[in-house]
Design a protein around this ligand. Structure first.
Ligand SMILES: *Cc1c(COP(=O)(O)O)cnc(C)c1O
Length: 367
């Protein structure tokens, strides 16, 4: 008989490559640090959300409302949804895990794409499922390839739309075509973390498709345009049977009391959102143009970040650019784990950060 020598995690867990967040520190001695590595909002959190957290700090002895009613109602009001079809979470990463835990049995397959968000793979493995990676075309999800990868064991398809770290998106006709080709028992997860930033007529975040389908869910976050990454709020809009199942699995107080208050205040602050969108529009265009002009390829992005590709040879690799920029206080995101060993992801920052990065990269390419 085999003697068990130590506790072993369930199958799949030790296959997980733990998520590595974007760096936040520069080397010692750098005067000003511009954190452009995690797609955070350069305007910060809305003032009303900060005030709501201060207020909440006076009542920390109480458990939060376990169903985050105030937050769900605020989200529902702003988006014109039924609050019963919304479930809030400790960041949308938590939801991605809940979906995997709730719907995958060992051996069930979860599909995501070649350059898709890494949390999908982590959560599929953590749930004991089998990750299935599908090739992309031109750094964008390929609907035909995804449909061709579906098997009897497929339970979940994860699409970030727009995707991180590429910034590319699927026009809604493509999302519909994907949904139409999926078996009814497969859940299509539309991760719309960057939806607010997209200015395209052929883009939809997925609300209508969720409303009319039993097997589509949409996840959203307060971490990006709302500037609340630190307090961890995500939400899902989903058909009632899916909400019911997720509610059984989630922690009973998964959203803390300060987050409930901050989120409810932030979602109603349309001025903050509009200001953030306008700033992003301007500087996304400017950065794409300037970086292209100095000879770097930029993947066309609709999000609040750009994927910048470095020359294959000539001593100007992404790794060297990263070191050069860090030394000057510009912290970008390495994306080798996403299949881009020679690119960096740059968050659209404040004006001085954007101008500074372009100036530094211009110098770097001459060095
Ligand atoms: C940032 C991001 C999220 C949001 O994560 P939170 O846990 O809500 O902070 C989700 N999906 C993608 C693709 C992201 O880039």
């Amino acid at each position: 008989m085999n003697e068990v020598l130590r506790p072993e995690p369930r199958q799949g867990v030790m296959d997980i490559a733990a998520y590595v967040p974007g760096k936040s520190a520069a080397p010692a001695g750098v005067a000003k640090v511009h954190k452009l590595s995690s797609n955070e909002n350069p305007f910060g959190a809305p003032a009303a959300a900060i005030e709501a957290v201060r207020e909440a700090a006076g009542h920390l002895e109480y458990y939060p409302d376990g169903s985050a009613t105030k937050l769900r109602e605020a989200i529902a009001e702003v988006h014109g949804l039924n609050p019963a079809n919304i479930l809030c979470s400790n960041g949308s990463d938590e939801l991605l895990g809940l979906i995997a835990q709730t719907y995958l049995s060992p051996g069930d397959e979860g599909i995501f794409t070649e350059h898709g968000f890494l949390v999908y793979k982590i959560q599929i493995l953590a749930a004991g499922g089998t990750p299935v990676v599908v090739k992309e075309m031109d750094e964008r999800a390929d609907v035909d390839a995804i449909l061709a990868a579906v098997t009897k064991r497929t339970k979940l398809v994860f699409i970030a739309n727009p995707n991180n770290p590429t910034g590319t998106y699927l026009p809604f006709e493509e999302v519909r075509r994907l949904h139409a080709g999926l078996p009814r028992g497969v859940i299509l997860v539309l991760d719309a973390a960057y939806a607010e930033y997209v200015r395209r007529n052929d883009y939809e975040s997925g609300i209508e498709l969720v409303s009319s389908s039993p097997n589509v869910v949409m996840t959203r976050t307060f971490s990006k345009i709302f500037g609340l990454a630190g307090i961890r709020i995500g939400w899902i809009y989903a058909p009632s049977p899916i909400i019911d199942a997720l509610n059984r699995v989630r922690g009973p107080f998964n959203v803390n009391s300060a987050a409930i208050e901050a989120g409810a205040a932030a979602v109603r602050d349309r001025a903050h959102v509009e200001r953030s969108i306008a700033h992003n529009e301007q500087w996304l265009g400017w950065l794409t143009q300037e970086l292209t002009q100095i000879g770097l390829r930029v993947t066309p992005s609709v999000g609040n970040f750009v994927l910048v590709h470095f020359p294959q040879n000539g001593g100007h690799s992404a790794e060297m650019a990263d070191a050069y920029l860090s030394a000057r206080g510009y912290i970008l995101r390495r994306v080798a784990a996403y299949g881009f060993p020679n690119a960096l992801r740059l968050t659209i920052g404040a004006e001085d950060a954007n101008r500074g990065v372009v100036a530094a990269l211009t110098e770097f390419l001459k060095s």
